[in-house]
Every structure is written in C-alpha cells, then in structure tokens.
Write a protein that binds this ligand. Sequence first.
Ligand SMILES: Cc1cc2nc3c(=O)[nH]c(=O)nc-3n(C[C@H](O)[C@H](O)[C@H](O)COP(=O)(O)OP(=O)(O)OC[C@H]3O[C@@H](n4cnc5c(N)ncnc54)[C@H](O)[C@@H]3O)c2cc1C
Length: 421
Amino acid sequence: MKHIDLVIVGGGPAGLAAAIAAREAGCENLLVIERERVLGGILNQCIHNGFGLHTFKEELTGPEYAQRFIDKAVALDISVMTDSMVLSITDKRVVTVVNSQEGLFEIQAGAIVLAMGCRERSRGALNIPGHRPAGVYAAGTAQRLVNMEGYLPGRNVVILGSGDIGLIMARRMTLEGAKVHVVAELMPFSGGLKRNIVQCLDDFGIPLELSTTVVDIHGKDRLTGVTLAKVDDKMRPIAGTEMYYQCDTLLLSVGLVPENELSLGAGIALSPVHNGPIVTDQLATNVAGIFACGNVLHVHDLVDFVSQEAAQAGQHAVAYLQGAVAGETTVPLVAKGGVRYTVPATICPQTMTEDVTVRFRVGQVYQKAAIAVYAGERLLSRRKKKIMTPGEMEEVVLKKADLQGATAVTITIEQEKEGTA
Ligand SMILES: Cc1cc2nc3c(=O)[nH]c(=O)nc-3n(C[C@H](O)[C@H](O)[C@H](O)COP(=O)(O)OP(=O)(O)OC[C@H]3O[C@@H](n4cnc5c(N)ncnc54)[C@H](O)[C@@H]3O)c2cc1C
C-alpha cells in the first residue's frame, strides 16, 4: 500500500486552498484526489461574477477564482489525481480510490483533509405530489446543463426555493431567453444573499413569493404546470390560496447537504444541525488525523470564507503530521438564542491560535440585534448588526487571551432595545 503524508479529498476551492497552505507549511508529500476531470469544484459551473471580493478585492467569475488557486497549486508542484473517486476512508486513514488507469487501490494516509463539498436536495426529499414528468431539475443540474453542456432545460420556468443557486438560475435562465414566472419560497424570508435577490430577481422584475410552496405538479411525460399555494406558520398549505402556473420547467433550489458518506464510513461524528463533521478549533474531527473544511463541513455563503477555513485545515493537518497535539481542556461553544450552530464546536484555550474565527448562521431574520459572546457569565464582545438573515453566515473572533480559565463560551443573539441601535 502506498503511503502519503497528507491526502486531500476533493479538488474544489477548499481542497486547493488546503493543499496550498499545507505545502507552504512544509508538507512535501501530499496528494489531492478529485473525481472530476478538472480541478475547481462547483466553481466551474458558476460563470457569474461575484467571487473573490474579500480575497482578491476583485469581482471574479467562479472559474477565474478557481484558476488563481489552480495556478498556485501548479507553481508549488502539488500532486493531483483527477478522474479518481475516493470510495471509502477508514478510521485508520486507509483511503480506497478507484480510477480507470490504476483500478482500485489503497493509500495509507498520515493525515486527511476532507473537502468533498455538498450536494443538492432533490425532489425525493420534498414529498411533492403528482407524476414524475420530465422538466423537474435541481437548480445546480440546470446550471451545469446551461453553463457547461450548452443545453437549455426549458422556456417557461418556475423556481422553488430562494437559496443562492435558485436566484442565480432565475437570472441565468432569463438571460438565455426563458421566461421565469416566479420564485417561490417556503419560508417567510429568502435563503439567499441580499445582493443576489437584488441583482438576480429585482433587476429582472422576477417576483419572489414568500411563504409559498408547490402543492401539485401537472403533466405526465413533460411538465405542463405547477400549482403553488401560500403556507401558514406551520408550513401547511392554506386552502383557497392556490395559484396555477403554466410551465415546462421546475427548478428546485431547496438546500444543500454536505457530502457525508465518506465521513460516516470513517466513524466521524456529524452535527445534526449543519450536517457536517463536528470539529475542534483545529478543524479536527473526532477521528485522529482527519480534518474537514469547506462545504463538506458546513454550507458556506461565500467562497472566500471556504478558502480561509481550508487554508487553516491544511496548516493544522501539517501540524498534526509534525506531532502537534491538542491540549486536554476542551471548552464547548454553546449556540444559543437564535444561533443555530457554531463551527468549530469546541476550542482548546491552551493550544488554540491567537485568534480563532467562529462561523455560524442564525435561524430567522433579526433586525437591530447584536451578537454577544460570553465566557461563562463574562461578556467578551457584543457587536450590533442592523440585520442578520439565515442566508448569510455570521462570524465572531475569539481571542486566546480572553479564554484562559473559561469552561464554556456562549454565542447568542440579543435584541437591541428600541432606540439603541
Ligand atoms: C450555484 C452556486 C452559486 C454560487 N455563487 C457564489 C458567489 O457568487 N460567490 C461566492 O463567493 N460563492 C458562491 N458559491 C459558493 C461556492 O461556490 C462554494 O462555497 C465553494 O465552491 C465550496 O467549495 P468546496 O471546495 O467546499 O466544494 P466544491 O466546490 O463542491 O468542491 C468539492 C470537490 O470535491 C470533489 N469530490 C467530492 N466527493 C469526492 C470523492 N469521493 N472523491 C474525489 N473527489 C470528490 C467534487 O467533485 C468537487 O470537485 C456558489 C455556489 C453555487 C453552487
């Protein structure tokens, strides 16, 4: 069996940033394994601009952003194995890979960084009644068909779900000559970035119907229409609010789920909230030597944060290979009062870096509220925010100096009193 010091699974932005940081931290023997023919991950199909504002202070397209990292990986002579699928990982870090050149083979890894990204929830996860006609697509599949394969999935479109992929595809389909009648969203707020609502819906006059879902799908061989209805506060359709839309295409943008199969097979504990591995401040999972970053860890809003987080995962993996051990004290990060989860989930005040960025999402829209951080009863920081929405990630920075002696750190949302914000 081949031995490789650091194996990185996935050659998207997370895998590339982890590999570059690991090489720069001194790891000579590392390998990126990618199942697609080319590196770059989901960015290859995201031909719109808006990537890299934080990292490069420029608005790049997805492929342009990915290319900057690919060029760097090439310059650093990082080994890459494309067209190769990782089938399993054991808790002893044995990686089973298959490709058409070498067939099935195993690698013993000294450390592993998981960077497999996420996948879209499909119609099967939604329980929408009706036949199964052609014309119902996951929005990301439609994005790939339009942007990479050169096919237009349909001409009269309804989109269910207002996450970023749904919003981006509303604009894309319009630019390609299709009529997008409406974007329907089950929740009373959009799951996407505000800038995407403005640039992809408002600028094109596409209506967004909140608290609305698909209650029926019409057509047998090909979709002929959908029925939408308003929902109540328990998400139940309200009788009498049905609206029929004639359409040949329904795009589903109803959430992304981290690619968990390899993690589960390795015995990695997953969060029931963000569905990715539960990690420490070193982005280490509960299985020794296995680290996680990017969308496989939790679904990010901006790729810049993926790259930052992944670089840290690469550095921590190299530190592990060089014999660094996490301290024994583990302080839990408690998500409260509207904070749904935190990444990382725990922190070690002895061995943490000087600053640790904690990322999370809130569960509802907050206006004039503050993010408060407590170590026990002691207030560490309180930052006012005009608005917070579930579609945008929030972050706080924890400082090593503040955490000595802490037994728990709580991150919570506090509503500002009238007139204080
Ligand atoms: C439609 C859409 C629009 C977006 N728009 C923006 C935007 O405007 N601005 C912005 O900043 N961000 C945007 N994003 C987010 C950004 O693209 C993601 O945050 C980023 O791509 C996540 O990087 P990743 O490396 O974690 O995952 P991915 O890019 O998904 O990469 C994961 C890689 O792992 C590979 N892989 C998975 N399993 C295996 C396996 N078993 N073996 C080998 N390889 C494997 C996959 O093939 C893939 O290449 C958008 C995302 C989407 C989907």
